[in-house]
Write a protein that binds this ligand. Structure first.
Ligand SMILES: Cc1cc2nc3c(=O)[nH]c(=O)nc-3n(C[C@H](O)[C@H](O)[C@H](O)COP(=O)(O)OP(=O)(O)OC[C@H]3O[C@@H](n4cnc5c(N)ncnc54)[C@H](O)[C@@H]3O)c2cc1C
Length: 462
């Protein structure tokens, strides 16, 4: 244990209400682990906060002692920013309260909530907050980076639905950021990640959502590039109620997949209709009828089933590596390159994920929030997912090589929540014309860069 951590521990013990965990303590081994096993450092101290007073104490004491500090909500940062070696982790997992206003269609949730915590609370009254597609993801990291998911074409990104933040800034004080108070910070927090403080409460808008219609199909062989081309040509005209995404991957060895397709490269696609289900049937049926699908399912689902449907595909404790980018349009050659990359995939659980933003999320003006480019609607995400450390080089190379080939066709820009930890030079690119304003806000609220374990916006030098 470093002297700085030992000093921070002694100071915190006097006033902390939550748990202070050091290497060797009973709960430490569990508390140390984050979602991506590729990142497994050993923090000197994990401060599992019970309340806002704990967060304030941890920030104040760590900042004064110059202790490297990570903030953790769900621990799902692909880059592993929710932890650090030898330093302090401010762990918010005990702060998961949600309160829902049915009449006002608003909710307030704590900075440690998982997506599933919020969905369970809001669905009790038939409402939903637009967030991500895996319920064990942390809401704070997702919302602060932007937040894409099933509802963003209809209701905007997660960050577009935030009306206010309460946060602890680097000097330990608690402030609010909304349209009236600290408006520049309010702008920066909607897409600028964890750069500005520890958000202890989010105030958000909710929308009525009950059941939805979801169809899924798989195409093989020459139908793989063909379905991507259909999708590319159709999505710019698609209604906001339709979210259609494609994953280029390996067909799983499961009962619902025909035996001759299991283990083969496929374009696995899912069509979601949110709204009047009868109106949506023709869209979903049409999508499922093209390019000779070998396996088709179609169901009306509850919103909670939709939100947990992909949970098992991304378990904790595996190894993950990602690279991502935006395209204004996808050429046949880009699609061909992706199909070639699919043919060399080293792990059956890796994938090239294709999604189309547009809709309500695409109509928010570029300067309205700090979130990156909304004018390039195609998002391509190469996601390596494997389990044996011996396979790290092959899997990392599989992500990097097709990314390098596709990069020249991409629009400059990247979604910060789909970046790995080795892409610091791309952070200004993520924000482009929003960069200088973000740096101004960072310099004002965190001049010493206390909050630096994130896709970091560095403050100006004094
Ligand atoms: C399985 C999986 C599914 C995903 N699906 C989606 C998806 O559908 N849509 C999407 O947009 N993204 C998705 N992502 C990406 C996700 O948005 C990011 O990984 C995000 O960082 C996760 O947030 P977290 O709170 O779990 O992360 P953590 O690792 O806890 O934190 C991530 C970052 O946020 C900061 N942070 C965390 N909590 C706070 C807080 N309270 N105040 C201030 N800063 C804080 C941390 O310092 C860190 O820099 C997914 C990721 C995974 C692993």
């Amino acid at each position: 244990m470093t002297k700085a951590i030992a000093d921070a521990y002694s100071a915190l013990r006097r006033e902390f209400h939550g748990d202070l965990l050091r290497p060797g303590d009973e709960d430490y081994a569990n508390a140390r682990v984050i979602w991506n096993e590729m990142v497994a450092p050993t923090p000197g101290l994990i401060a599992r906060c019970a309340d806002v007073a704990d967060v304030r104490a941890a920030v104040r004491i760590a900042a004064a002692a110059g202790v490297l500090t990570a903030i953790r909500c769900g621990g799902h940062s692909l880059a592993g920013f929710g932890t650090c070696d030898d330093g302090l982790v401010i762990d918010l997992s005990r702060m998961r309260h949600v309160s829902v206003g049915e009449e006002t269609r608003r909710a307030r949730f704590d900075g440690g909530c998982l997506l599933g915590t919020i969905d369970s609370a809001t669905q009790k009254v038939g409402l939903a907050f637009p967030s991500g597609v895996v319920s064990h993801t942390g809401a704070a990291g997702l919302v602060l980076g932007g937040g894409t998911g099933w509802l963003n074409r209809l209701h905007g990104l997660s960050c577009d639905n935030v009306e206010g933040f309460t946060l602890v800034i680097a000097d330990g004080s608690v402030i609010h950021a909304n349209a009236k108070e600290n408006a520049d910070l309010f702008w920066a927090l909607r897409g600028g990640g964890g750069n500005f403080g520890v958000v202890t409460e989010f105030e958000v808008k909710l929308h009525p959502v009950n059941s939805v219609l979801f169809g899924a199909g798989m195409c093989i062989g020459d139908d793989i590039p063909a379905i991507v081309q259909h999708w590319r040509d159709f999505m710019p005209e698609a209604p906001d109620n339709l979210r259609w995404g494609i994953s280029l991957t390996i067909a799983p060895d499961t009962e619902n997949v025909p035996a001759h397709v299991r283990g083969r490269p496929v374009a696995s696609h899912g069509l979601l209709w949110v709204g009047d289900i009868e109106q949506g049937r023709s869209y979903v049926d049409r999508g499922l009828s093209i390019c000779n699908p070998v396996s088709v399912t179609k169901n009306e689902l509850s919103f909670l089933n939709l939100q947990t449907m992909a949970d098992h595909e991304f378990p904790h404790g595996r190894r993950y590596y990602t690279k991502s980018g935006y395209f204004k349009s996808l050429s046949d050659q880009d699609i061909h390159r992706m199909a070639e990359a699919l043919a060399t995939i080293p792990s059956s659980t890796s994938q090239i994920e294709l999604s189309y933003l547009g809709g309500a999320a695409g109509r928010v003006a570029a300067g309205e929030t700090a979130f990156g480019d909304r004018s390039s609607p195609f998002i391509v995400n190469l996601l390596g997912n494997w389990s044996d450390p011996a396979d790290d080089p092959a899997n990392v190379a599989w992500v990097r090589n097709p990314f390098a080939e596709l990069r020249p066709s991409m629009t400059p820009g990247v979604y910060v929540n789909f970046m790995s930890g080795d892409e610091q030079e791309r952070v200004p690119e993520a924000y482009r014309e929003r960069w200088d304003r973000l740096v101004d806000v960072k310099t004002h609220f965190d001049p010493n860069n206390f909050f630096r374990l994130n896709q970091n916006v560095r403050p100006r030098k004094k």
